[in-house]
Design a protein around this ligand. Structure first.
Ligand SMILES: C[S@@+](CC[C@H](N)C(=O)[O-])C[C@H]1O[C@@H](n2cnc3c(N)ncnc32)[C@H](O)[C@@H]1O
Length: 274
């Protein structure tokens, strides 16, 4: 069970530029404060040992966006409570590591490790500076972790490209950029354009002292594409999942009513030439 009241209280909304350190500080504090409510609200849908790419319910068990993972060294960026990486471990992939900005999310990961018997090694770190050696992973992936929360898409994408070995694969899901134009409302009211797609100022909630306490950044499709190319990667696919018939759940601005008309998620798939 969860209650809206268990999430951090919303701050005063601003639209402004937010640099890397301020963004990471806000993200860490917000996710530390939200982790208990987030896991209580979404844990059943994510499953303790399950790999869900997005609120549409794209499941790696069916989609196989990572390709053949047997024998691969894999990194999960912004792993939260580690459900995806743990699923890979349960599939028999021995070398999977996760990292996340928020300690409380990692504590949930450890709790689920103990309950499920499938352990995901995980560390606390920022996607803007990944603490891993160059070329050390065959696969890097992220399911809505970190990338929607970084101010400079090219910085985090360059880090993902750096830690990937030549020939490796990188797949990540984010809020579909078109959603930036619309209110965070999954009903028909959320289908009217309210702001410019081209406005890159971040959505910021601030405390009374003007410090950011929650930040979401916007990168257009072109921004993501240019960041992928600048990271030395080749884009292979951009998956825009349609809302499936059987999925009735509402997750923030995602839900069946709007999801049938407007894409909510973008899943980018790229490879590093080798
Ligand atoms: C929506 S959750 C996604 C995690 C998981 N796949 C899930 O579905 O719950 C986003 C995660 O990204 C993490 N995160 C946000 N900014 C980050 C950053 N700069 N570096 C690493 N992790 C970050 C948050 O702490 C949070 O656990």
């Amino acid at each position: 069970m969860y209650d809206e009241m268990d999430y951090p209280a919303p701050g005063r909304v601003e639209r402004r530029a937010v640099a890397g350190p301020e963004s990471a500080r806000a993200g860490r504090l917000w996710w530390d404060g939200a982790a208990d409510a987030y896991q209580a609200e979404h844990g059943d849908f994510l499953r303790d040992v399950g790999f869900i790419w997005s609120p549409e319910g794209v499941d790696e068990a069916d989609a196989r966006l990572l390709g053949d993972v047997s024998g691969k060294r894999i990194l999960e960026v912004g792993c939260g409570a580690g459900q995806c990486g743990r699923w890979l471990r349960a599939e028999g992939v021995r070398e999977v590591v996760g990292f996340d900005l928020a300690l409380r999310q990692l504590q949930h990961s450890r709790r689920i490790d103990e309950q499920s018997g499938h352990r995901l090694p995980a560390v606390q770190a920022d996607a803007q500076r990944m603490p891993f050696a160059t070329g050390s992973f065959d696969v890097v992936f992220s399911a809505f972790g970190a990338f929607p929360f970084v101010p400079a898409a090219e910085t985090a994408l360059a880090e993902a490209g750096r830690v990937l070995r030549p020939g490796g694969r990188f797949v990540f899901s984010v809020t579909h950029p078109i959603r930036w134009c619309f209110p965070d409302d999954p009903s028909k009211r959320g289908m009217t354009v309210k702001q410019s797609y081209f406005d890159r100022r971040a959505y910021v909630e601030e405390d009374d002292a003007g410090r950011a306490v929650y930040v979401e950044h916007h990168h257009t499709v072109g921004d993501w594409l240019r960041g992928i190319v600048a990271a030395g990667l080749l884009l292979q696919d951009l998956v825009e999942p349609e809302w499936p018939e059987g999925n009735k759940q509402v997750w923030g601005g995602w839900g069946p009513v709007r999801g049938r008309m407007i894409p909510g998620t973008a899943i980018f798939s790229a490879v590093k030439p080798g």
